[in-house]
Every structure is written in C-alpha cells, then in structure tokens.
Design a protein around this ligand. Sequence first.
Ligand code: SF4
Length: 719
Amino acid sequence: MASTPSNSTPAPTAPAAGYTREPVWDPRRWLPTTREEVEARGWDQLDVIIVSGDAYVDHPAFGTAVIGRMLEAEGLRVAIIAQPNWRDDLRDFKKLGVPRLFFGVTGGCMDSMVNRYTAAKKLRSEDAYTPGGEHGFRPDYATTVYSKILKELFPEVPVMIGGIEASLRRVTHYDYWSDTTKPSILADSGADLLVYGMGELPLKETVRLLKQGVPFASLKTIPQTAVLLPPGATAPKNKHWDDFTLHSHEECLADRGLYAKNFKDIETESNRVKARRLLQPTGDRLLVVNPPFPTMEEREIDAAFDLPYTRLPHPKYRKRGPIPAYEMIKHSINMHRGCFGGCSFCTISAHQGKFVASRSKESILREVESIKQMPDFRGTISDLGGPSANMYKMKGKEQWICDECIRPSCIWPDVCRNLDTDHTALLDIYKSVRETEGVKHAFVTSGIRYDLFLHDKGASPQAKASHERYVDELAQHHVSGRLKVAPEHTSDHVLRVMRKPTFDLFYKFKAKFDRAAKRAGKEQMQIIPYFISSHPGSRPEDMAELALKTKDLGFRLEQVQDFTPTPMTVATEIYATGVHPYDSQPVCVARTPEEKQEQRSFFFWYKPEMKAALRASMQRLGLGDMAARLLDGRKKTTDVTPPPHITPCSQHAQQPGRRLAAALGKPHAAPGREASPRPSSRHEKSSVARPPHPASPKSGDEKKPHPFQRFFRGDKGAR
Ligand code: SF4
C-alpha cells in the first residue's frame, strides 16, 4: 500500500454549498459509491474507502458523510461503500478496489445492536438508517464483521474503525446482547486503529501525518485514538501524557469489582480536561487509549458543518423508500455537541465529551439558508437543538476550576456554581432564525434540561434574566404543541442512580411552563415527559409510584422506554455487576424479561387489558390500596407515597460475578483461586440471606408465559 496520499483537488462537481431548489439527481454531487461514480470524477484510484452500516445520507447529522466530506476537503479521493452485503461472495467490499491509504469502517450512527434490537432483545420494527426502514442490510456487530472481512480480503491495507460502536467498545465492556464481557473491539475486529469520539480532529491529524510520509503502522500517538500493540511491545513514550494502567481484560473477567473500578477510572479520565493515557493489558497485548483532543473550538466545529453536503440521501435509494432517521432530521439544525448532564444511562458524554462545543451564529444561519433551498422545505425548521436543547455555549465561568474538575456532571447532584447557565446566546439565535425570511416556524424538539433555568445559585443577573425569558420565548415561539422533557423517573432514589434531578423540579417546571403557555395564549400546548423503566435502582413499587404521580398530573404516557444496557454507561456497569462502580454498593436490577415487562407495564395502567395483571402484581407486592387508587378510575390521587420498598434485589443481582464468569465459560473465581461456593464479598454474603425475587422464574417453570407477555408481543421499542 502506498503511504503518500493523493494531493489532487476535490472533484470539480462537488457543490459549493447546499443545492438548488430543483433537485438535480446528479450522482456526481455525492461522494462516489460505485466504480462508475468514481470514474465520473476522473479518479483511477481512491485514497480512502469508508464502509458503513448505514445508508449514505449526505447530511451533517450522519457521521459517514461528515468524515467523507472532511477527508475530501483535505484533498483526498474518498468513496463510500454503504451497507455492503456481507453474506454473498463479498463483491461489495471488492467493487472499488484497494484504497491507497486505508479503509475506514463504521457500524453507523448507532451501535448496530441498539439499532437492530429492542431492550427485550427483539428485532425492532424498522432499521431507521436504511431506505424503507428495511431490515437485513447490516450485520450484528457490524464494525467487527466489516473489519474482519476487509482484513481477510486485503490484509496489507490498514483498517481504521470509528463511530459510536467502536468508540464505546474501546476497552473491556459488557455486551448486553450476548451477555458477555468483551475485550476492546480492536481485539475482536482485527482493526489497526480506533478513533473514538467525534472523528474530525483525529482524522485530520492522521491525514497530516500520512501526507508527511509517516507509515500507518507508526500512528500510535495520535490523540483520541486507540491501538492494540503487538505482544511484548510497550506504549511509546510521550512527554505530554501521564499514563494510567487499568486492570487487565482477564482480571475484569475474573473479578467484577476490578471491572467496576475500571469503569470508574475510565469515566473519571474521560471527564477531565487533561485526561491521562489509558493502558490495558489484553491477553499478551497492550491496549493503548490516547487522551482526547481538547474540546473543538468554534472554527473547528463550524468547519465540520460548513462542508458542501447535498443534505440528501444518495439518489440510488430513490426507489427504495424514505430513510426514517433522515426524514426526522432533514430540516433540523444541530447547534452544538457534547453534554455535561452525565446521566447514568446515556452515552453522549462518553462519545461526544462532557464539554460543549458550540457552532457560531453565522454557521447556524448559513445552515438555515441551506435548508431553505431544500425542495421540500415549507418554512418549518423542525429542531433548533443539540444533545440537550439548551446547553448552547455553556461552560465554566473560570476555566482553571474546570481544568481541575473530575465531576461526571456539571448539573448533578446540583448545578455547579462555576457553570455559566446564561441562555442569552441561545435566545439570540432563536430570534435570528425565527426572523429569517422564509422561516415560518423554528421549533425546539430536542429535550430541554429544565434544571438549567430553574436554579439561581451563583447565576449572574444576566443569566437569571435569561432563565426567565427562556420559558416565555419557548412557549411563545418554539413549541409546536408538544414539548419534550425527560424527568426519566419520579422516585428520588432511582433518580439519584440515574444522576437526574429530583421530580419536585418537574412539578416546578410544569407550573412555570403552563403559566408561560397561558400568557402566550397557547393553553393547549402539552409537555411530553420521557420515562425509563427497569433502570438500575428501579423496583416495581417505584414504577407504581411513577404511574400514580403521572396519573395525578393528567398524563397518559407514550414516550417511554425500557432500559437498554449499552456499552460504557454507569447504568450498564451496574446492570453487569450488580454494584455501583463509584461506591461498590449493591443496586437492585431488573434482569429477567418478566421483571422488565412487569416494570414497563406500569406505564400503561390506563389500558383495560393491563389492569388485571397490574392488580395481581400490586397485590403480590402488598400495594393493594395503591392498586385501587391507580386502577379504579378515580381521576385524582391524593397521597402517592408508596409503602417502604419491599422488593428484594433479583437473584442475579445478588450474585454479581456470575455473569462475568459466564463470559469465561467457567465458575466465578478470583485469579489464582479455585471457584468457591462461599460468598466472596459483603454483597454476596447479604445475598445469601435474601429470598429470591417473587417475580423470578422458579426452576421448572421458565417457559411459562408471564401475564404481560401477550400484551408486549410485537414490541416495537417505544423510543
Ligand atoms: S467546575 Fe463545574 S462547570 Fe467546570 S467542569 Fe466542573 S462541574 Fe462543570
């Protein structure tokens, strides 16, 4: 493989910006996807070929397009193989030949397993990133499957993996779908280099070094990348970085305590301004995870959004039906990246970072102009948002304090006094967008964090004034009729595990928003709250409380989901180990399908077909009085405080280590010791005394259908 990239200029056919109102379906305006399209650009060989689990949508919300366009802007000849067939003679992988520099592989915008399966491990009703929502166009564990194929077909060509699937599987991680603990995806996939987080800066640095003639195999010190060194090799010296050695993959498999500790250390490093380099022995090799680049500056993030996207799916999909994810976001604008919320179940800060990178107002307004040119734009910007809608431009007031900080969240357990929660810059953008000629509506449909404007501690007078204005302007101009917020639960002890604010704040927010809606003459506007069932810490009686509290508020919940343990979140580590990684204390976890279905069923207390099963559950839990209040048709409940928690942790949660040991296919034992039937920790000791969960299947009746199963058959995944 040649290591010198082409210095040819991008194809002259690439559009300068946006596209005309009349759609010109000229394939040369997209990055090439076939041999003919490569030749139409006058290229004989490609520099980089990107293989993706998603269909190719040339839009800044789709990672493949962003990376492809960015590499194109660097002067490289780039093509995309989208959703190749991995089950035939592999002609899709061979059709564009061999790239001069490397193959880039991504599973797509979502982890391929989250994309395909619901929390109940059933096939989702559609693949949102495939034309027509059709299934069958990507394999399970897509990044690994594609990389292995490429390594088999072209062993001499480097493979670089990236995207959320690679990013969140960069170290030893728990995989919910196989119920095993896996090593870094670098070990399974055979890839040469892993890029984690948002890929622009590490990719640019890679290209810079390759252009200088540095061989790909020597790229071991690029920030925000990871490599698995050959047996016997040690991490290259770097005077700028301190090292931190994690427990080895094998130690993690043998001891859930060490695995949990690893997670805490990884999360702590990923939340620091100046992270250390992570080293993890894996078999006879050493995994090296370099620290990330600093948070993108405005000009850097602008550059990623200002690339000449067509904002359309590739024309080849025209006859295959709409791509659901694209239809949802095609007229929306992402104003920033990153999130400092640190919610336990969320992967955003692990992938995009805790610190927020915001676009300039000019870049956002340029995108508004591009959207206005879209043939099907009728005047409505569907979302002016981001990972959380109202974190735009927010950061610490004193950077030196942030430089020393290791808090996983800037707003939990309370809003940091050093956080500047001024919404003025955001309100300024809202105003400019809604006053742009040709824009009739500019809605905010990303979830908002109400704790950011419902606090005053340490806020400047300008920030306080902006807090007051925010809800008013939101209600007056930017809500289409339904405003999404995510309290996620109502029980404070569950919310603590989730790292979310108390539910009392939701009451406060609702009252404030209702008043603002009334002032705006829009009393019909609704708040749509999101909730999660089966989150670690949540027990059936907590869900009963949730049902009562939301009934009392007049909600019939729709936007709900059952907890899915995705790699690299606190909640997933609790699910995997049964203990909280920060204090090693046991946390109750709903594990079996029956336990999960039971929790989820409380969302739907108002459905007649649910009542008998719910009543039986609540009777079993000793919540008979509560059942009457929830199910017997009274409009208003008065006291929604449930009796003390009585449900013990499930049997699995009481035997942490068993699941990890199962990954090894042998009994759980600490390294160097025989497996012992005796409990080896305080937690396990306590489990011996506890009775099994009443809802846990007993031996001999595993196949008996749970009463809720009929209702949830054909579950489509609510969110
Ligand atoms: S000091 Fe405060 S604002 Fe800065 S990173 Fe820490 S929690 Fe966030």
